[in-house]
Design a protein around this ligand. Structure first.
Ligand SMILES: CC(C)(COP(=O)(O)OP(=O)(O)OC[C@H]1O[C@@H](n2cnc3c(N)ncnc32)[C@H](O)[C@@H]1OP(=O)(O)O)[C@@H](O)C(=O)NCCC(=O)NCCS
Length: 161
């Protein structure tokens, strides 16, 4: 199915398995992890403050409740993903959202966020972000809430990915 161009600042997502033409690139969105291997995800997680072991992202995606992948249709390359954990009713947590640098600024991050929010279909969708990202999420319908968190230091992470 070929969809119409989706406005950049639209809050709502498109149905899964749709494609969006943008900047002469056709982006396909899908929730299937079939055939996905660690090498297709090379280069992601570069924004982490430590380098995780190979295969970490693949393990994270496989263990998430919901994942949506954005793929450049011409090359089949994965250009972005969003992952979430959810109880299916009250609470969904968007645990990861990333777009490859060369694909940024084309609405792919917004599309992934909107599709995942719609798909979770829970009372509250939560996420945590750096202060610099607040504006991005606020412009897409999210508001700040008080949150508590206990984080492990990078060196305390196991290498079991
Ligand atoms: C955040 C991210 C997913 C956005 O993806 P994208 O496809 O470029 O998003 P869109 O094209 O839909 O929107 C781009 C907007 O994000 C904003 N943005 C991107 N990175 C940002 C940052 N670090 N801080 C603040 N705003 C940022 C851009 O300024 C742009 O704003 P505009 O819509 O007002 O022009 C992408 O920049 C990314 O992967 N960053 C590294 C990983 C990351 O930080 N993930 C979020 C974890 S909370």
């Amino acid at each position: 199915m070929v969809g119409r161009v989706w406005p950049r600042h639209c809050h709502r997502g498109r149905p899964l398995n749709s494609v969006v033409r943008r900047h002469r690139t056709v982006i396909a969105y899908s929730d299937s992890l079939e055939g996905l291997d660690a090498s297709s995800l090379d280069g992601f997680l570069a924004h982490w403050d430590f380098t995780p072991p190979e295969g970490t992202l693949l393990t994270m995606l496989r263990q998430s409740t919901s994942v949506i992948l954005a793929r450049d249709s011409s090359s089949s390359r994965i250009c972005g993903y969003v992952a979430a954990l959810s109880d299916g009713i009250a609470c969904g947590y968007i645990s990861a959202l990333e777009v490859r640098p060369e694909f940024r600024g084309r609405g792919i991050g917004t599309a992934l966020l909107g599709q995942m929010t719609d798909r979770l279909n829970v009372f509250g969708v939560y996420l945590s972000c750096a202060p610099s990202m607040r504006e991005f999420y606020a412009a897409r319908g999210f508001s700040s809430v008080a949150a508590m968190c206990k984080r492990r230091k990078a060196q305390e992470h196991g290498n079991d990915a």
